[in-house]
Design a protein around this ligand. Structure first.
Ligand code: G6Q
Length: 554
């Protein structure tokens, strides 16, 4: 049955009508236990979801909806290795990558855990050798720079985590991430590197992605030119893939290859060998801490999917998206180390749930897939927060912050925390006309000024937000947080009756450009497309001429 046909849907529609005149500030005033009732704690990790437009009845109805959509049964199916990614005939087992190795998970009659453990051990040996300076470059130099070449799921996770866990990073090792086929990406990166001490990781599940292979070829040529021998490749290139043949064909020795499996989706793969850059940077013990954090969240989720942290956030998102007309969801980490988290979650959520066909092959008759966006605070406050406070859009928000920072400069962290709390408070409270008037009077404004300014100085408030507060952004905490959003995304997909684990929209993009790549390389007008595309090709060819842009002057 589709979401809108479930019995609780109609009840939620009726329930929504009771919310038209409800003010969250009044709910807090009348109920001192609200924070306690609407918050969940997993060790130090607290989710405060009390600043939402909900009461006990709302939550009960949403949970009922989740039961009717069979969320618990879908959860069991995923954890037990059923092929729930049915359009690709694959199991969905990122949870196996952080599972207790003693708990078997079967796919096609085989336990996947021994393979998982074997790759983790290989990663441990390699990370140790590089970090201890035992793995050296072709000329005997220790590795100081690591370049991950990959895109999408083979880039965003490791990049986001390496930034997030900088305080845990090896001081000798600089991490670089090349993803874009824009030549400036690989070019600017290589400009600053010494081939003798650089290690490249070519990271691609399919080993067929145009951007990655093109950048990897440039990097290999750059290396061989500088070190004067093809033999250097084996000390400076490793590959992560599911496709051994393609890795061999590229010229990387399978000895230097780390495998993973088709049951790991690209955007769910940072826990697999795709996480090798993370392990090289923070060490394997800390990498396993991160896996442990994800396992904590897996267990918490699995025990009671609809009352868990991820389940609650998913149900709230359904409430706002369908009953409050909120197509987007903002992510505001008050932590500069999490600056790439919004981009990471954009892929996780929008690639997973950006679908309009149900599991039964029908078109959905309701919106799916939140538009995820965000930036770290407090920067956002000086930019787009205005729209949240006084604009016409309704944007539910997640804030996240740590109680302890790795740079305890006097007072700064407290200011950051205060800013974060103040924003969620202001979004919830708003400012009434009476309050704005009192302020203007206290400032000594005359009657004319009051008439002019009063409507502009009031704030509607009643804007929902969730806050995640934890002690410190450790590998374990980060693992918990990412697994949380994975499971939130999964619960949403179960409610929307869609397959969160395929990505045909990405596949089409991979094919579409190949015709144009060929045509743009030919010395004749492009005429096979619509007038706009032909016109753009024509203008490009005129503008480009034979010009190669000179490097910027130093
Ligand atoms: C992830 C997507 C996509 C993928 C990239 C790279 O879930 O499928 O972002 O990760 O297109 O693919 P490869 O790893 O195969 O190069």
């Amino acid at each position: 049955m589709l979401l809108t046909d479930l019995p609780s849907w109609k009840k939620l529609q009726a329930h929504r009508q009771t919310w038209n005149d409800v003010r969250m500030r009044e709910l807090f005033r009348s109920d001192p236990g609200r924070f306690g009732r609407f918050s969940i704690q997993l060790d130090d990790f607290l989710l405060d979801y009390s600043k939402n437009l909900i009461n006990d009845e709302t939550l009960a109805l949403l949970r009922q909806l989740g039961e009717e959509a069979n969320v618990p049964a879908w959860t069991d199916a995923m954890f037990s290795g059923e092929k729930i990614n049915f359009t690709e005939n694959r199991a969905v087992l990122h949870v196996a990558l952080r599972n207790d190795p003693k708990r078997p998970i079967m796919v096609d009659g085989h336990d996947v855990m021994p393979g998982v453990v074997q790759v983790l051990e290989q990663m441990r040996r390699f990370a140790h050798a590089v970090r201890e300076g035992k793995w050296r470059g072709h000329t005997g130099k220790v590795i100081t720079d690591i370049v991950n070449i990959g895109i999408g799921g083979s880039d965003l996770g490791p990049m986001m985590v390496c930034r997030a866990l900088k305080p845990y990073g090896n001081a000798r090792i600089n991490m670089h991430f090349v993803s874009n086929v824009d030549p400036n990406h690989v070019g600017d990166t290589l400009d600053d590197l010494n081939a003798e001490s650089t290690l490249f990781i070519v990271s691609s599940k399919s080993f067929a992605t145009l951007e990655t292979l093109a950048n990897a070829k440039i990097a290999r040529r750059w290396l061989v030119e500088r070190l004067g021998s093809d033999l250097a490749v084996s000390r400076h290139f490793v590959a992560i893939s599911t496709n051994e043949e393609a890795v061999k064909a590229f010229g990387i020795d399978p000895e230097n290859m780390f495998v993973f499996w088709d049951w790991v989706g690209g955007r769910y793969s940072m826990w697999s060998a795709i996480g090798l850059p993370i392990a090289l940077y923070i060490g394997m013990d800390q990498f396993e801490e991160m896996l442990g954090g994800a396992r904590d969240m897996d267990e918490h989720f699995r025990a009671d999917p609809l009352s868990s942290i991820p389940g609650t956030l998913a149900l709230l998102s359904i409430w706002y998206q369908h009953f409050w007309d909120a197509p987007s969801h903002a992510i505001f980490p008050y932590d500069i180390h999490l600056s790439r988290l919004p981009a990471y979650l954009q892929q996780l959520c929008m690639e997973s749930n950006g679908k309009s066909t149900t599991r039964l092959g029908e078109k959905v008759n309701y919106p799916t897939g939140e538009i995820v966006w965000g930036e770290p605070g407090s920067n956002g406050q000086h930019a787009f927060f205005q729209l949240l406070h006084q604009g016409t859009r309704f944007v539910p928000t997640d804030f996240m912050l740590a109680a302890v920072t790795s740079h305890p400069f006097e007072g700064l962290h407290q200011m950051l925390v205060a800013n974060c709390f103040a924003q969620s408070e202001a979004l919830m409270l708003g400012k009434t006309e009476e309050e704005a008037l009192a302020e203007l009077k206290a400032e000594g404004a005359n009657e004319d000024a009051i008439r002019l300014l009063l409507p502009h100085k009031t704030f509607p408030g009643n804007k929902p937000s969730n806050t995640m507060l934890y002690q410190k952004l450790t590998p374990r905490t980060l693992g918990r947080m990412i697994a949380l959003y994975e499971h939130k995304t999964f619960v949403q997909s179960a409610l929307w009756s869609i397959n969160a684990f395929d990505q045909w929209g990405v596949e089409i993009g991979k094919r579409l450009s190949s015709v144009l790549i060929r045509e743009l390389g030919e010395d004749k007008a492009v005429t096979t497309h619509d007038a706009s595309t032909n016109g753009l090709c024509d203008h490009f060819q005129k503008l480009k001429g034979d010009k190669v842009f000179p490097p910027a002057e130093s």
